[in-house]
Design a protein around this ligand. Structure first.
Ligand code: BDP
Length: 721
């Protein structure tokens, strides 16, 4: 890239009126611009494959867009900038077709050209957000069309087409119908008022509350654009451990300003609320319960309490007519909720749902509850609390559950709620931020974790009852469907702290749109769009990414171990963590190491958590012989000398797994080092340094955990390479 440094100097001031102001072009020097990762997967660098470039240049000699709206304005700009950059051209944008091949974009209601193609039957199946991309001939002129029912579909279609060009896919006879399989595809930001981010590892919050609504950081738009490019259509902007201040009149104007930026990108704004917000500020009855109202009670059946919420919801919708709704963490980790007044989760959720329903808003009521009085085994508690409520929630309530029964561990079996609440739309909550998977220090590609969860067959209605069928509503005929990802974005220049953590944001969006995509396909897209289009380089990087989650499981918590990380910080290992005001926050509670063996007995001879799964899982998990080894120590207390499938004893296998994980990281380092000449220098060294840290810290995981467990096994650590 050539950079011009232009300095304006007012010589009149300098030389007391001798010369007038003039400009000096000090230098015209070509510099290699380093990539700081800000552009994410949308950098639109010029393609270098001559053949494919020629194909595209022939296919697109102009862009024809009819119609007008804010979203269409974005489409126009995106497609123009994208294709100009990728093809190295300056395409005319017009509203009429010329004689040459064109890209034609429009909805039948705004575009006459599209209308004349008579596509209404096909469009009928695409819904509000879907799109159609197709090669056609219009009056003998070859064209590629992007059409949809709504402008937002055109934007999604445009990003899709740009993606195909970015990854160098041929467009000959293209014919793509695409619509999202899940309706609500949200990011959950755990962002606080003071711009700290709970479990955030990429700097401060993106939202500058003290500057809003007057100053709109251009980054809000870039954020919305990035989300739209992968089909994310909603953002909960604040932490689930919610501060009630977000619903004060002052903050509603700030929220409105954000919502206005998000809207043309198809993104609805949602808020996490504190259930007890109607309380008066001073009333601190439940620790975190001080509110913004004047009430003495937060009983969901109290008429004044209900009325507060009705009025508050009305006030929000007056400012934000497309407001999405509320996310609620209630009676969980000290957050107040309806149970404080002996009311149920359904009572609480329905009260809010009733207030939101007239405006089309929804409630996402979290199932992340683990009240120790419910059962001594934390893994069983959410199921025990929520399954009996199935059928009691109003139609606009989701119960939002994490993928596993504990808490976003590197590997957990599925949360047994999935499949067990046929009458309640369940929203799947995944964690994009790597709270338990090495923060933004470790390269861990999460798509395989999420696919493992989505592809799990619950057997709720016999074989084929996959979690993805629960989530997309096809199993139980849910009236609404949703998926949420706890965001990993922050104020760091590269958004996510680790360049490769961008791939997780990307993968979340792509899977939310289409959970049938494979991890490999998503990784490949992301690499080609972000890092390199060279086939060998792509192959190498893909091979690093694909096994990285399994490696992380191995060097942190192999064979079903879980929750043995450093207290509070959740980064390094702390298997000896035993003392806390809550047993279920300690490590020893989970691993149960003793002189006979290791693991939590959740079988029928233990806590009987296996009982919460459908047959045949119930039986398979219950027996040490049939339990899949990746979940062995989750469901069983296993003798140190137990024979594993490999022929090794449990102890040997544990040592082996820890080592395998570390070897993988070393292999990633080796592979990355080979790519020095193929990767942007800034990105190359950024990732190299991260991998060095990952290698060192993975070693700490192994040495700490094996050193600790050895005190119980009393067996030597074998040498594995
Ligand atoms: C745990 C986090 C905590 C969150 C909580 C939640 O450690 O910071 O507040 O989950 O999801 O994973 O509510």
């Amino acid at each position: 890239m050539v950079s011009f440094i232009v300095i304006g100097v007012n010589m009149k001031l300098l030389l007391q009126g001798v010369f007038s102001a003039f400009l000096i072009v000090v230098s015209v020097c070509p510099t290699i611009s380093a990539d700081d990762g800000y552009e994410l997967w949308l950098s639109y660098k010029k393609l270098d494959d001559a053949a494919i470039l020629e194909e595209y240049q022939q296919a697109f000699s102009s862009i024809v867009i009819e119609g007008d709206s804010e979203t269409l304005g974005i489409v126009r700009q995106e497609v123009k900038e994208g294709l100009d950059g990728l093809l190295g051209v300056d395409l005319p944008v017009d509203s009429m077709l010329s004689k040459k091949a064109a890209l034609v974009i429009g909805t039948p209601s705004q575009s006459q050209i599209i209308q004349q193609l008579n596509l209404s039957n096909e469009l009928a199946s695409l819904g509000r957000e879907g799109f159609l991309i197709r090669s056609v001939k219009i009056k003998g002129i070859p064209a590629i069309i992007i059409t949809a029912n709504k402008d937002i579909g055109l934007l999604y279609g445009s990003f899709h087409l740009l993606r195909l060009v970015q990854i160098g896919q041929s467009l000959t006879d293209i014919n793509i119908h695409s619509r999202p399989r899940i309706q609500y595809r949200l990011l959950n930001h755990w962002d606080n008022l003071d711009r700290s981010v709970e479990r955030g590892y990429a700097g401060r919050s993106l939202w500058k509350w003290d500057e809003l609504p007057e100053t709109i950081d251009p980054r809000y738009r870039d954020y919305a654009r990035a989300n739209a490019s992968i089909g994310i259509n909603g953002a909960v902007v604040n932490n689930v451990n919610a501060n009630p201040i977000f619903l004060t009149a002052e903050y509603i104007t700030k929220l409105k300003a954000l919502a206005d930026v998000f809207r043309p990108y198809g993104i609805r704004l949602f808020v996490s609320i504190r259930f007890s917000s109607p309380l008066k500020p001073a009333s601190n009855r439940f620790g975190r319960s001080g509110g913004i109202g004047s009430l003495e009670t937060a009983d969901p059946l109290d008429p004044d309490f209900r009325n507060f919420w009705k009025e508050k919801v009305k006030e929000v919708y007056q400012s934000i007519p497309d407001f999405g709704g509320f996310l609620v963490k209630a009676n969980s980790e000290g957050m107040p909720g309806p149970q404080d007044y002996k009311r149920s989760h359904a009572d609480g959720a329905n009260m809010l749902a009733e207030a939101l329903a007239p405006y089309g808003g929804i409630v996402m009521w979290r199932a992340f509850v683990y009240d120790a009085d419910v059962d001594p085994d934390r893994a069983k508690r959410a199921y025990m609390e929520f399954v009996p409520l199935d059928g009691q929630f109003f139609a606009n309530v989701f119960v939002q559950s994490k993928n596993g029964p504990i808490d976003f561990q590197p590997r957990e079996p599925i949360q047994p709620l999935f499949g067990a609440m046929p009458k309640t739309p369940l929203m799947l909550e995944l964690q994009i931020t790597q709270e338990y998977l090495g923060h933004s220090k470790h390269l861990v590609f999460l798509a395989p974790l999420w696919k493992e969860c989505l592809d799990f067959d619950t057997y709720a209605k016999g074989q084929g009852s996959y979690v993805w069928r629960v989530i997309d509503g096809s199993l139980h005929d849910y009236s609404m469907t949703g998926i949420a990802g706890v965001a990993n974005t922050g104020s760091d220049r590269n958004w996510c702290g680790h360049l490769f953590a961008q791939a997780n944001w990307y993968a979340f969006g792509r899977l939310a749109w289409d959970h049938n995509l494979s991890s490999e396909a998503i990784a490949e897209e992301w690499i080609r769009m972000t890092l390199s289009r060279n086939d060998d380089v792509v192959k190498t990087i893909k091979s690093m990414m694909i096994g990285s989650r399994e490696a992380c499981v191995n060097y942190m918590t192999p064979l079903g171990l879980h929750h043995i990380m450093q207290a509070g910080f959740h980064y390094g290992p702390q298997p000896d963590y035993a003392k806390s005001s809550r047993l279920d926050w300690t490590s020893v509670y989970y691993h149960r190491a003793d002189s006979t063996g290791l693991g939590f007995d959740r079988s029928s001879s233990g806590s009987n958590a296996t009982r919460q799964y459908f047959s045949p899982w119930q039986k398979r998990f219950d027996s040490i012989e049939t339990c899949p080894e990746e979940y062995l120590l989750w469901f069983h207390h296993v003798r140190w000398d137990h024979k594993m499938q490999s022929g090794r004893t449990l102890w040997q296998e544990l040592c082996y797994r820890y080592n395998t994980g570390i070897n993988y990281v070393k292999e990633m380092r080796r592979k990355w080092a080979m790519l020095e000449k193929d990767i942007d220098p800034e990105i190359f060294s950024h990732v190299r340094e991260k991998l060095t840290t990952q290698d060192k810290d993975a070693g700490i995981w192994r040495d700490t955990c094996l050193g600790y467990f050895q005190k119980f096994s009393k067996m030597p650590i074998p040498e594995y390479n």
